[in-house]
Design a protein around this ligand. Sequence first.
Ligand code: 5RP
Length: 238
Amino acid sequence: MSSSTTSLTPDQHKAQAAQKAVEYIQDGQILGLGTGSTVHHFLTALGTRVQDGLRIRGVPTSQATATYATQLGIPLLGHDEPWDIDVAVDGADQVDPQLNLIKGGGGALLREKIVARAAKQFIVIVDEAKQRPHLGLPFPLPVEILSFGWATTQRHLEKMGWPAPRREQTGSPFLTDNGHYIVDLHIPQIADPASFEATLLLLPGVVECGLFVHMTSLVITGTDQGVRLSQAPDKPTP
Ligand code: 5RP
């Protein structure tokens, strides 16, 4: 007799989490639309519901998300309108047991944080590998910095004790949708994410960092056994 176990790929875990998140979306809502491959699955599923008559409007956190959402017929709000976002849905690079996050692997952390902060509820969709006992390496912390004086800002960051290489893309500096650079801080373990975030944001030249502290309402994790829900104890229930 032979036994067989099937394990799903990380991308299938992402798709599972994304499908589950769409179940939380209700007619008439304003949605924050995150960025990345997990959100791509979410947008695909959301687009199907919109084509079936769901009436929502989205606030995209990147040009890539705006382009894909538009292709799917998802109506979008402009940058200049005041937003009253019901639910933001986004991926993450790491999630710790307190549901704090590292984000910014795709370089959209600044707009993602503005949109998540503006939302009444923030749903995070991830594959199982993103769950970590603490934030930090193996995923370096993205820090968005002004290009003006960037090497000086980078030097200040490195004086904290960890390498902070500027992110490159095909031999050129990676530029965010906001025209800024990103340095990826190779910090092994972020013991106190809230105070580390505050320290980073005090440094002139730092625009934002990829720590999302005490913002998450619900994490939906795709696993081989189905989706796992982790609800923040002190946030409104989606
Ligand atoms: C982009 C992000 C993404 O949400 C994060 O990098 C996760 O991406 P993916 O869903 O592709 O694994 O923060 O800035």
